[in-house]
Ligand binder design. Structure first.
Ligand code: KG4
Ligand code: ZN
Length: 381
């Protein structure tokens, strides 16, 4: 089956077309088209994502990205035809600019050979999510193709399927680390999740971003902190900065990162922010965050006896965290198989949304469309 997928939950507008074959035990995927526009430059001057701006950018970029994807997939057959303009204007009432582009473009091409439209409906920024949802609804109405609503976090879990050759073994544990989430999730089978623990305040990616701001580093802070921390470690000097490891030894699977950020605030106050000093702070912060993530994940792996560990979400792009988790698994729970997506599939993208759509279809657990709306706080359970 060919799945068109749409992701607009945060500051990445992404569209892809993925061909899925086989069953969930032995799936294989081919990316026929993939297009992504990152709004990072646009949000940088605000030091974070600005929802109204994100919504406007999604609305502006979806049609060009869809066009790119269809071209890549060789699915564009030029053919002028009539559209029910009123219906489209009603569906895209809140996105008039998108409605105009939609009519101009979709009325000039034939319906492509697509079997389903997977779209993120949460969690994320609601104004941003709505654009993707309404776009999917308009395409679904014009082309008569069913919609599969997708949970963004399931997308992050599903991202590992892209390169997976062996069947995934259950129970499965997922450490989901992103700008909005820090969760340890247990799955006994595909599509059924139990959140064992999560952050009580800031997500780990959010902490990376906030600490970066305290160090005068640009948004998003994760990659910047990681770069400085790496340079500082290579420098070899002993680190004079020391930060806490919040909730390291608590008897649960929860996290807390806001205290760590506050500790950085007090540490850097009255300090001259030289590059060397920033490196020390970045390195100690990365060490502290990594130690907590590794320790809690090991505890969860031991207590659940999970056979597979998936580490996914934007922060999983961090090579230091990846390496420390891999070392822990090899040393302490070698019977566990570690699956981590390719770096390009760690941060937000549309391919992972298509993969999650495939999981929902194969497990016959597609959420009801009666209630299809943006759910900012959608959880995995
Ligand atoms: O999953 P994602 O792309 O968007 C959300 O769903 O939130 O994650 C974005 C987060 C940002 O907080 C960003 O700073 C962080 O992932 N991030 C990183 C790295 N690359 C991205 N954090 C640490 N190290 C990285 N290399
Ligand atoms: Zn994400």
């Amino acid at each position: 089956m060919k799945i068109l997928s749409i992701e607009t939950s945060c500051d990445e507008t992404a569209v892809s077309i993925v061909e899925a074959s086989g069953s969930l035990k032995n799936p294989s995927f081919k990316v026929l088209g993939n297009a992504l526009f990152s709004q990072i430059e646009i949000h940088r001057e605000y030091g974070g994502v600005y929802p109204a701006l994100a919504k406007r950018e999604h609305a502006k970029n979806l049609i060009p990205l869809l066009n790119t994807c269809l071209q890549e997939a060789n699915m564009v057959a030029a053919n002028e035809h009539d559209l029910d303009r009123e219906m489209i204007s009603t569906i895209l009432e809140r996105e008039p600019e998108l409605a105009t582009q939609f009519l101009d473009f979709i009325s000039t091409i034939d319906k492509p050979a697509i079997d389903a439209i997977a779209v993120t409906y949460g969690p994320g920024l609601e104004p941003a999510l709505w654009v993707g949802i309404n776009f999917a609804r308009a395409l679904s109405a014009v082309w008569d193709i069913p919609i599969i609503p997708v949970n963004h976090m399931e997308g992050h879990i599903a991202s590992v399927l892209m390169d997976q050759k062996e069947p995934v073994q259950f129970p499965l544990l997922a450490l989901l680390i992103s700008g909005g989430h820090t969760e340890i999730v247990l799955a006994k089978k595909w599509g059924e999740y139990e959140v064992l623990g999560s952050t009580r305040d800031d997500a780990v990616g959010e902490a990376f971003d906030k600490v970066a701001r305290l160090l005068d580093l640009p948004y998003p802070g994760g990659p910047e902190i990681s770069r400085l921390a790496g340079e500082s470690r290579e420098g070899g000097a002993e680190n004079p900065v020391s930060l806490p490891r919040p909730m390291l030894t608590t008897d649960d699977f929860d996290f807390s990162f806001s205290g760590l950020k506050t500790a950085v605030l007090y540490t850097v106050k009255d300090q001259e922010l030289t590059n060397v000093y920033k490196g020390f702070v970045a390195r100690e912060f990365e060490d502290a965050a990594t130690e907590v993530l590794v320790t809690k994940t090991r505890k969860a792996l031991r207590e659940t006896g999970a056979q597979t560990l998936i580490v996914a979400g934007g922060v999983a792009a961090n090579s230091y965290i990846r390496k420390n988790i891999a070392d822990m698994v090899e040393r302490d729970v070698p019977e566990t198989t570690l699956l981590v997506p390719d770096i390009s599939l760690s941060t937000d993208n549309a391919i992972m949304i298509a993969l999650a759509g495939f999981i929902r279809r194969e497990t016959d657990t597609i959420p009801s469309l009666d209630d299809l709306r943006a759910k900012g706080n959608l959880s995995l359970e």
